[in-house]
Every structure is written in C-alpha cells, then in structure tokens.
Design a protein around this ligand. Sequence first.
Ligand code: ADP
Ligand code: ZN
Length: 633
Amino acid sequence: MSSYNGAVPTSENGPDIHDAGDETWGSEAAQVLQRVFGYASFRQGQQEIIDHVVGGGDALVLMPTGGGKSLCYQIPALVRQGVGVVVSPLIALMQDQVDALRALGVRAGFLNSTQDYDERASVESAFLAGELDLLYLAPERLRTEATLRLLDRGKISLFAIDEAHCVAQWGHDFRPDYLALSTLHERWPDVPRIALTATATPATHAEIASRLNLEQARHFVASFDRPNIQYRIEPKNEPKRQLLKLIRAEHPGDAGIVYCLSRSSVEKIAEFLTDNGVQALPYHAGLDARTRAENQSRFLREDGLVMVATIAFGMGIDKPDVRFVAHLDLPKSVEGYYQETGRAGRDGLPSTAWLAYGLQDVVQQRKLIDTSEGDDAHRRRLGTHLEAMLALCETVECRRVRLLDYFGQRGDSCGNCDTCLTPPESWDGTVAAQKVLSTVFRLDRERRQRFGTGQIVDILLGRSTPKVLQHRHDSLTVFGVGTELGEAEWRAVVRQLLAQGLLTVEGDYGTLLLTEASSEVLGRRRQVMMRRQLHKQPQGEARAKGAKPRRMTQEDLPEEAVPVFERLRAWRAATAKEQGVPAYVIFHDATLREFAARMPSSLAELGTVSGVGENKLAKYGQEILDVLAEEGA
Ligand code: ADP
Ligand code: ZN
C-alpha cells in the first residue's frame, strides 16, 4: 500500500502499517476471515483497511479488480455492531452477491426495484430487527426520503460505496445518484464510510475524494499490478482467425470475454464462434433487456461460456474464473482497457489479456473523436486517451511497466507479457518514416483530393494501379522508392507513425496528414525507432503444451488429479444448477484444484483448504469427500 505523492492530499492521512491498539480487532477480523470465508491470511492491504474501518475510520480504497475489495467492508460489517449498508449500482447482480454471502452463512439482503412489496417488507423488517449483517442498496434508493427514514430506524455499522469511480466519470449513468452520497456523513456522522474502486488514475482518485467528501478519510492505494494476467497485444490481420486460434490453443472450454466496439461486430463474432464450436453469447445495448439479463446470467452460471460484448458488459461482474479477455477493437483509453482486462483471473489463476489492433482501428477511433459530441477540450481529452493507448500498443518496453506507469506506479519487467516473453526487435525506422512522410507531403500539396494509407503504400511500392495512374502519382519522385519493405510492413510503419504522433488521420477515408512533429523527421532532426512486427506468438504455443490442449485451470495439476478435478467440476455444476446460483458461489476453481491435488480424506483436513469456511464445510464437506473417494471412470 502506498499513497500518491502530491496528486492528492494523502500524506498526512497515509496508512500506517501498524496501528496501536488494533490487536483485538485484528484478531477478531482474522477469525472471521478464517471461519466465514475459509481463508488463512489477508491479501496485501486488506488487514490495514479492515482495522481502520472496524475502528470507525473513513477510507478510500483503490485496489485493482480481483484485489479483494469486498472483504474490506464485509469483514468490518461482521465485526462491528449493526448492519453494513452497501451501495452498489448493479441491480442485476445484487441477487448473486447476496446468494454468495448467504452460502457463507452471512445474513445478507438487498432492496431494489426488482422486488415486490412483500419481498421488500421482509427485508426491511429484518433490517430493523437487527437480523442482517449486510444490506445492499442501489444508489438511487438513498435519494428517497422513505429509505433514509428506514435507515434512521435501524443501526448501521458502516456505509460501503462500491464502484466509487461512478461519481467521477462524466456522463456516467449513475453519476447523479453517486453525487448525492456526499451527504451521508451529514446525516450519520458517526457511521464510517468506505469507498472502493478499481479505476484510478491520480486524476480520478482526486475527483472521487472531493466529490464524496472523503478528503479527510484515509486513502489506501494498493499496487495495481495483476501478476497472474498475461498481457499481449498483436497486430490485427485476420481477427476472427486469430481469436479462434487463441481460444483453441490456449483456452478450450474456458470462460472468457471478447470485447468489440459495435453491436454488429458483437453479433457476427458470437455467431462465428458458435459456428466453430465455441459456446458464445452476445451482449450489447441493442438487445432487449430480457435477453441481456438472460445471457449475463448464463455466463455467470454455466461453465466455459464466452461472452462477446460491447463495453456495456462487465461492470461489477465478479465471476472469478474468467480465463481470458480479448479485445478485437482498440479500447478508447488505457483506463478502460485496464478495467476490462482486469475482469480476467480474479481468482489469481493464470489468465490472458489479449488485444489485436490495426491501422483501421486508429482511423475509426479518430473519426469517432472528430464527430463526438462535446467541446474542443473534450475532444482533446479523448485524443490524449487514444494516444496513450496507442503508445501502449507500440511500446518495446514491458507492457506491465507501461500500464503501472499510467496509474502512477512503478514496476519491473514482468516476465509475463508479450514484450518480456518475446522481446520485439526495435529498428531504426527513420528512413522509412521519411519516405512515408514525404509521400504524404507531396499528396497533400495537391490539395484537391486527399489519400489514405492504401494509396501511399501503392506509391512507395511503385504499383501502377488505375488510381495511381489516374492521378499521375507514378510521376512523383517517391514512386517506387520503398521496395525494401512489403505491404504489411509499410502499414506497420504508418501505424507506428500514427502512434507516435508523427502522422494524423482525418475523415471518412482515413486521409493521412502531417503533424507539427513530422517536420522534425523530414528535416532529419529526429530519429524514429520502431517495433519489428512479430510473425509468431511463441508464448502461446509454449503454454499449450502437449497434443491435446488443456484447460488453463488444469495446467500444472498432476496428471492423476485432472480427472478428479473434472469430477468435482461436474458435481459443482449440478449443485449450482439445483440451487440456481452461479457455480463459483459453491466453490472457486482454485478450491476445487486444491481438493484434487491434496485429496483430503477427512472433514477436518478438508476444512484447511483455502475457500472452505465453516458453513460450506458443514453443507458440502461430506459430498466432496464422496466425490473424491469415487473410483475414477
Ligand atoms: P474485487 O472486488 O477487488 O475485484 P473481490 O473482493 O471480488 O475482488 O475478490 C477477488 C477474489 O479474491 C474473490 O474470489 C475473493 O473470494 C478472493 N479473496 C479475497 N480476499 C482473499 C484472501 N484474503 N484470501 C484468499 N482469497 C481472497
Ligand atoms: Zn512484461
């Protein structure tokens, strides 16, 4: 845990590693962790945060997705007197959140607009009777006088404000409701508040603190690193085939999310995957609400489904075993990209974040920015976001180092991203850059008509296409000066010039234009280093060892444990179906893996496996022992 220096006034509020007098709370929290959740130790940062909130302090928590934020308010709610009120914007997920807690033996309930009068009334009376540990509310509830009066009549142990970045993001659907939360403290001055988010550049961090009136709170900033996620970015050639290869070679039968920019590509890709034997479902804002809810619920409940979606999908999805997140279009910002890829591997097991991007993405994104609503300042901001994303794509450095740097954190070369695993060559592309730029310059001088990448490449390669002949481009001095590279390589050069801000693109046809910086290159005052295109993805092949690719979650399980693991999964699927809850609510993959690897033979031994708390041991312990004792088929 650390705090940003300077950006936000945290230094005097920064976390102490050891608070005096926390011994008793600390041990009570540790007991709850063990007894209820079945975990032996806290993850980085959890203990400090929990101690602070148990002691009545306010907290602003910045932790990456999968970092373990929920326990930071769930445990204090269990330790403190009263009911923990959790503000969460995702009505569709409340039932699952509450089911997951109930499976642990925690008394949880929710109030939202999907309930009928009787359901609401019974939750309300449980709240008033002090029979709840946690109560989930949608933020708009807290704007109604009826809810406020209800809360007044019960005892509240804390307010947890989940997805706190909603308050900071312009145009966010939930923003007005979140803004209203800044007054919680006035009505309940003695109730601690803990706001949590996984989205936090220094600017967002500062805005959350000020909008929610949490400047005086203690700020906890965890490392944003997600070491179990392998980051890979590759050039987009045949996106469908590339995606299918990724799934078949490395993620057969795994759950994953594929992000596309448009509704129509979502539909097409989902159909393509289904036709090729990968179970996939579409999700976008154009589908009717029922289909969307149904697809989301199937994704959460069934094993190994692939969700093909626009970015409308995913916030608050806490499915722990999403094994890959693939982007088929360039994300609009690094912040968004990190949030989306962070949905992979919340359980800490190896996972993949894979992005394919090409020249066309840059053209498309620029066009979206040029035609976007809002003022110039807004468009400039969008442009800056895009440039940071492009720089990440074209870096020859470790991807993780770049990502962490974006969040104001330092990292070392990670060994688990494409640039670390197969370092790209960097080459001096200054001459190639000059050739492209001077061609663009000559075409631009004609003024009458503007040209995109295709024409530039044809000219450099000396191709007498009808369009080249029609405009007499074969008479330009640059005609045919670029035969040392092939078409794909020239396109990569253009892409990287765009990424480095040495070219820009405009209009429907992706007209290339010079920028101010271009003249430095043309005037030989600036060297341009480029990333050499990789033709292979050796790290992918290395992972998919053996003739028959294994599901990633089976990887490095001993050979004899694999069939046991599969039997446990089948048992879990049947049990989850019977109860109408997602499979992970029963047990996580990581827990099933440990059962299969350790083969416990008694209830006592079973209880020592991570993820097995008292309640689940009592409920499922014997069944697990029976499954483990079965003769393998
Ligand atoms: P976040 O909300 O930060 O994305 P979650 O609270 O959903 O993360 O936690 C991610 C996963 O890690 C969950 O499956 C959770 O059960 C697990 N987890 C959290 N804390 C611990 C811990 N101390 N030990 C083991 N697993 C943990
Ligand atoms: Zn790396």
